[in-house]
Design a protein around this ligand. Structure first.
Ligand code: SAH
Length: 393
């Protein structure tokens, strides 16, 4: 199928020939009349070879390529891609009775640029990051409920804050198919209330699943501080792992309420857990020698490259506080989910923090995002989560 044409400047097809799925606006020589934001387009080289089909968008990433062929983008296309994403996760043992919370589609990592889908039991939460995906939302929803053996009955569309504001698409957060059933999902046997209606992102951070499992193994007998806890993910793994006490901190009172509800769900009336609605930096000032396992999982300090410098200072300051305060023989799980911050830059920020504290620090693990957040090998930008597990003497 040939759609309206976008023609590249001479020689600007290099990265596309290596299957990188983005066309930057600066690479474009000509846009056929009548192309509007969110339209399907065919991308052509200066010498008239068709590269593939994708969605047009106003902005620096002008086209997101969906197929490096002339395939039509229709129901069959979305059904095949979504089925493939599901099959991959099923085949690697990620979807189980005791684990029904997972990311089903991770944008470029699943060859569906601009689309994120998280599944919580019977409900799929769909987020469009590109106008084209907004227009395809009904095809996507149909593909989801048709997935055989996935048992998805409800599709909640949540793109009010993820679509470009200027596109004026007026997306309403709402169910496209089905309605509210239950919001309890299971991750590695632990239960969580997932608030996709009012919570952050799709309601839960599934990307920390493997790192939470690792934390569980280190928790026995330790005093654990879970900073930036949100729904309390790390805290329950620590409790199951035999922690002495677990303190969860988040500046959002709502997050703290969710954390408390989730504790009740898994460990009713367990006095080892306490939750505090407080600013992280303030809280850390006051914890001399109290904890010997600290988790630092702050929000993205750099949402764009322009914020990089300040973000690195932020990571250094935050980690320096933890190094200064942690008990001898303590362990720190420290993370950055800023895509704009590279693995090396993050490690350097943590290194500077360690040096400032003058303590002996060893790296035990270098962590990343889990297998349901795959990185398309042709699109290294898909790597965003970085973590270090550190032993502090
Ligand atoms: N660790 C969580 C995800 C963290 S998301 C998990 O496993 O699910 C980042 C969280 O940091 C958000 O809940 C946000 O409310 C909180 N936050 C942002 N700024 C903060 C601050 N200055 N102090 C404490 N918490 C903060």
């Amino acid at each position: 199928m040939i759609y309206k044409k976008i023609t590249l400047k001479k020689g600007k097809e290099e990265s596309l020939l290596r299957f990188h799925p983005w066309v930057f606006s600066g690479a474009i020589a000509h846009i056929e009349n009548g192309i509007e934001e969110g339209d399907l387009v065919s991308v052509y080289t200066a010498d008239s070879r068709c590269i593939g089909n994708g969605y047009y968008q106003i902005g620096s990433i002008a086209v997101r390529i969906l197929t490096f062929s002339e395939d039509e983008i229709n129901q069959d296309f979305f059904s095949k891609r979504i089925t493939e994403a599901y099959k991959m996760r099923k085949s690697i043992g990620l979807i189980r009775e005791d684990n029904n919370a997972f990311r089903l589609v991770h944008g470029e990592g699943d060859f569906l640029p601009g689309l994120v889908i998280d599944v919580y039991g019977n409900t799929a939460v769909v987020q469009a990051h590109a106008p084209g995906m907004h227009f395809a939302r009904h095809l996507i929803a149909k593909a989801l409920v048709a997935l055989s053996d996935a048992n998805i009955k409800n599709v909640y569309y949540k793109s009010e804050t993820t679509l470009p504001y200027k596109a004026q698409l007026d997306p309403q957060n709402d169910y496209i198919i089905g309605s509210f059933e239950t919001n309890i999902a299971i991750e590695n046997g632990l239960k969580f209330h997932v608030d996709w209606l009012k919570g952050q992102k799709t309601g839960f951070f599934v990307d920390q699943r493997d790192n939470r499992s690792l934390l569980e193994k280190y928790s026995n007998g330790r005093n654990v501080l879970n900073m930036f806890c949100y729904t309390g993910g790390f805290s329950f793994y620590a409790m199951r792992g035999g922690a002495n006490l677990v303190h969860s901190v988040d500046s959002s009172a709502k997050a703290i309420q969710l954390t408390k509800d989730n504790v009740e769900l898994n460990f009713p009336s367990d006095s080892r857990h306490e939750a505090f609605a407080e600013d992280a930096f303030k809280f850390l000032n006051d914890i001399d020698n109290k904890y010997d396992l600290i988790i630092l999982d702050p929000p993205a300090f750099a949402k764009h490259k322009s914020a990089l410098r300040n973000a690195l200072i932020g990571y250094r300051k935050l980690n320096a506080k933890a190094f200064e305060k942690i008990k001898s023989g303590g362990i720190i799980f420290t993370f950055s989910c800023s895509q704009a911050v590279s693995r090396e830059q993050f490690r350097l920020a943590v290194f500077s923090a360690a040096a400032q504290s003058k303590r002996k620090v060893r790296i035990l693990h270098q962590l990343t995002q889990p297998s349901d957040h795959p990185i398309n090998i042709y699109h290294p930008e898909g790597e965003y989560l970085k973590g270090l597990v550190l032993y502090v003497e």
